[in-house]
Design a protein around this ligand. Structure first.
Ligand SMILES: Cc1cc2nc3c(=O)[nH]c(=O)nc-3n(C[C@H](O)[C@H](O)[C@H](O)COP(=O)(O)OP(=O)(O)OC[C@H]3O[C@@H](n4cnc5c(N)ncnc54)[C@H](O)[C@@H]3O)c2cc1C
Length: 343
């Protein structure tokens, strides 16, 4: 009989990140499909009551917390100690966690300490003849594997965008605090601030309906023999604003820089989609001025409906990579689209 432990950490405002609610859906699902299993939730953070209460009706039989100023920030040693304490206290056999940078750093160490096994980037789960099978991708989303393990505890780190975020009534979780003994050297690392890319526009929105991808064509000489960088910036930002879309980029575009400054200043390598970039998940995607070469298009694996605008009818998108290719000038098309959206 499996003992399921769902773990999450709070954000700086005390709430749970959306990806944690998605992993919670996975844990709830598991507890319903695995007969006889037990299900407990554990929250880590400066303070955990707000977060625990917000998921009080998820069906967990109990709520645990590890709290205090030491657990407010992302730090390997304290996060690993907190998760280890929760796993030992519950005797969990399955530990379900969201893919956050904080957990991605701390969980592998915990797995070693408790002699468990871990699967990261889980993109699906199924129960076959009473046993759990998980799905994940390998080699930059080129191969999908379904696998199971006998070893316990088994840590299951769930990718964002796979499960719907858990929704339910808040209540009173009465989370029980688990005391964690911290060795003196656990607090050696101090978090003194956050360094983020120098961009004043929030362009990456994992929950957006539409991914808008800009390619290097936006910065190339156009039919009139001129560069139109300012127009490109206005059209791209205008669409993002009108549609609340997320901004992706080709490698060629984010690699361009003039004296160290990005040509389009709201773009950074974080926007890059593809083999050496990210593999975002969105219901729809629109590629503009981007050739659609394989190393880029492989990052579109989880974009369901794909469209592209390119002046070249023989571009990569025309080779079966897009559902619809508009052979047109993206400057003209996006100006018209923005005009219609603004109405
Ligand atoms: C090992 C390896 C890993 C790589 N990883 C990645 C990766 O992760 N992500 C990635 O993106 N690339 C990656 N690449 C690079 C990739 O192969 C391409 O070089 C890159 O994606 C090309 O970017 P692009 O399409 O923006 O630019 P270009 O190839 O220069 O294409 C620009 C396009 O804009 C079009 N265009 C120009 N003006 C207009 C207009 N007015 N209207 C409409 N269309 C217009 C042109 O017709 C052209 O098709 C990788 C390459 C290698 C070798």
């Amino acid at each position: 009989m499996e003992k399921i432990l769902f773990i999450a950490h709070t954000q700086s405002d005390g709430t749970l990140p959306n990806v944690a609610r998605e992993a919670l859906s996975a844990a709830v699902d598991l507890s319903k499909k695995l007969p006889g299993s037990s299900f407990v939730a554990g929250i880590i953070g400066q303070e955990a009551n707000q977060a625990a209460d917000s998921i009080a009706s998820c069906g967990a039989a109990g709520f645990l917390s590890v709290t205090g100023a030491e657990f407010a920030v992302s730090r390997y040693a304290t996060d690993a100690a907190a998760v280890e304490a929760l796993v030992r206290q519950t005797g969990a056999t399955l530990v379900v966690a969201p893919t956050t940078s904080r957990f991605s750093r701390a969980l592998p160490g915990v797995v070693q300490r408790v002699q468990g096994r871990i699967e990261t980037h889980i993109s699906g789960m199924d129960i076959v003849e009473g046993s759990l099978q998980i799905q994940r991708w390998y080699y930059r989303q080129r191969m999908v594997a379904t696998l199971t393990r006998a070893q316990r505890p088994w840590f299951l780190v769930i990718d964002g965008g796979v499960f719907p975020a858990w929704q339910g009534e808040p209540g009173s979780a009465n989370a029980e605090n688990v005391a964690v003994q911290l060795a003196a050297d656990t607090l050696r690392t101090q978090v003194i601030g956050v360094q983020a890319p120098s961009t004043n526009t929030q362009t990456i929105r994992p929950e957006a309906e539409v991914l808008f991808v800009a390619g290097a064509g936006w910065t190339k000489k156009q039919a009139d023999g001129q560069l139109h960088l300012k127009d490109a910036e206005e059209l791209i930002l205008g669409f993002l604003k009108n549609c609340n879309a997320s901004l992706g980029s080709s490698k060629s575009l984010v690699d361009q820089s003039v004296e160290g400054e990005a040509v389009l200043p709201f773009m950074s390598h974080l926007n890059q989609v593809g083999q050496t970039g990210s593999t975002p998940r969105h219901p729809k995607g629109l590629a503009t001025c981007c050739h659609g070469e394989e190393p880029h298009a492989v990052g579109w694996r989880f974009i369901n409906e794909r469209r592209a605008i390119n002046t070249d009818a023989n571009c990569g998108w025309a080779q079966g990579k897009a559902d619809v290719l508009y052979v047109a000038d993206a400057f003209q098309v996006m100006a018209k689209v923005n005009e219609l959206l603004a109405q």
